[in-house]
Design a protein around this ligand. Structure first.
Ligand SMILES: *[C@@H]1O[C@H](CO)[C@@H](O)[C@H](O)[C@H]1NC(C)=O
Ligand SMILES: *[C@@H]1O[C@H](CO)[C@@H](O)[C@H](O)[C@H]1NC(C)=O
Length: 456
């Protein structure tokens, strides 16, 4: 075999023209190989960089939310004893004999029984009785064919031995209110019906117990659920903190081109990872955010969008509710909208600084409204400042100008959610949940107010 050099030499000897041609061809091939190699390595490096910095950075990492509230205890059995004892005191104070309720927040509050409403009456009767260790005798009025399920719910409720409800059954062709008569006898009683009871239930009770005075729960009764215990606050603090954290975790992954529905899906994933159930998300882009409860037309995120996320879920029965509004892109958003954001933010801060135990709910609303009025947007703050929250997402007390009688008390929890809504232009809302502390000051149940409209 000839070496390449010899080969070239041989060729060059035989034909100079061909040899020159071949040399040219060889160098072209080397250049080609170098070019191809460079392109390939550039591609490989590019892909690697893309993967490392863009795609990986882009991947929704929800691990900060994992097990965030796993250390929080549910309401312990003994807490129900305290609830019954307090109720006994209030019933005595009201000179009333009993409180009757349907399935819902109050039934969960006093008995830890969850019961869906149907056309058949299923009632819990909490009756003053000094022979009971808590001062309250508990009776469940159940459709007879549902008694097994009622018993099952009762077992699951895991109540302490001091609370041991009786179940009184009524057959399909009987009246549940006749069953109620068996509980009260023929005495005349003063009977309070919980405020959420449906009209036919209320009327049925009033007709069935004609000798008795039947009326809707006064504030003293409703106050029992409004004022939260330390155990309830622990749950609510975690639920609301993790909801705000979920928004901040999702925030960098909201990209141009996403629809409101895409944002909603991503948020739902985050809330589930955070361990919340019964989750809900309102995601509104640009002028859609001017409608506080949303619009039917779907908007997409653009480079300069304003995005509003109002969201929450349930942890161990208690609700969270948080709103953040943020801007896409870097600094340099529309100045009008940016100023409105800071105005809403100042309104929240003013409430935290200026109100607390002893303020009326009307004053709390006005303290926020004052800032928005001064900023020239008074008529665009179209709803009340906030609502109570607990076992229900919207509950008493309500923060509006008409609520001039109700005073804030330690243990009350409510939302502070001022907003500015300019129809067809933009909408801004920021919402955090607060509790009135023992020292009278308001304390956030989230990490803190949003720091700026970009990173939150
Ligand atoms: C609220 O109080 C803080 C701390 O004292 C203060 O920095 C802030 O300016 C106050 N905010 C308003 C709106 O008055
Ligand atoms: C900023 O937004 C306001 C309110 O939607 C609008 O009226 C105004 O034209 C915008 N300004 C700019 C520079 O786009």
């Amino acid at each position: 075999m000839f070496s390449e050099e010899e080969n070239v030499h041989l060729l060059s000897r035989s034909n100079r023209g061909v040899s020159h041609w071949n040399r040219l061809k060889k160098s072209t091939m080397i250049i080609r190989a170098v070019v191809v190699f460079s392109i390939l390595s550039a591609l490989a490096t590019g892909t690697w960089l893309l993967q490392r910095y863009l795609i990986k950075g882009d991947k929704l990492d929800l691990t900060p939310l994992d097990g965030f509230c796993a250390h929080i205890n549910s309401i312990q059995p003994d807490e129900y004893i305290g609830r019954h004892k307090k109720l006994a005191q209030v019933l005595e104070f009201e000179n009333a004999d009993a409180l009757i309720m349907e399935g819902g927040a109050s039934m969960i509050y006093y008995t830890n029984i969850e019961w869906e409403l149907t056309e058949r009456a299923f009632l819990v009767v909490l009756q003053l009785d000094n022979d009971e260790p808590t001062g309250i005798r508990t009776t469940i009025i159940s459709p007879a064919f549902e008694a097994t399920r009622a018993l099952d719910s009762l077992k699951k409720a895991n109540l302490p031995k001091e609370i041991s409800p009786n179940i009184v059954e009524w057959l399909e062709f009987e009246s549940p209110y006749d069953a109620l008569k068996k509980v009260f006898g023929s005495n005349s009683n003063r009977i309070i019906v919980e405020e959420d009871a449906r009209l036919f239930i209320y009327q049925g009770i009033a007709n069935g117990l004609q000798e008795s005075d039947v009326y809707m729960a006064p504030e003293s009764i409703r106050m029992l659920r409004m004022v939260k215990s330390e155990a309830e606050l622990e749950i609510m603090r975690c639920a609301n903190t993790v909801t705000e954290l979920a928004i901040r975790t999702v925030r960098p992954h909201i990209k141009v081109g996403m629809t409101e529905f895409d944002i909603q899906n991503t948020m739902e994933k985050a809330l589930h990872r955070a361990g919340l159930t019964n989750t809900w998300v309102l995601a509104l882009v640009d002028e859609n955010a001017a409608l506080p409860h949303g619009s039917s037309s779907e908007k997409k995120v653009t480079k300069h969008s304003t995005v509003l996320i109002d969201t929450g879920g349930e942890l161990l029965g208690y609700q969270s509710d948080t709103t953040r509004t943020f801007f896409m892109g870097k600094r340099g958003h529309n100045e009008t909208i940016e100023d409105a954001w800071y105005l809403v933010r100042r309104a929240q801060e003013n409430v935290l600084n200026q109100t607390g135990a002893g303020s009326t709910c009307a004053q709390v609303d006005l303290t926020a409204r004052h800032i928005i009025d001064k900023g020239g947007y008074g008529k665009y703050f179209t709803h009340r400042l906030g609502h109570g929250i607990g076992l229900r997402m919207h509950d008493e007390p309500y923060m509006h100008q008409g609520n001039t009688e109700q005073l804030l008390q330690p243990g009350m929890t409510f939302s502070v959610e001022p907003g500015i809504y300019v129809t067809n232009e933009f909408g801004i809302r920021l919402e955090d949940i607060v509790v009135v502390r023992e020292d009278g000051k308001l304390e956030l149940l989230t990490r803190g107010l949003a720091q700026n409209p970009w990173t939150l």
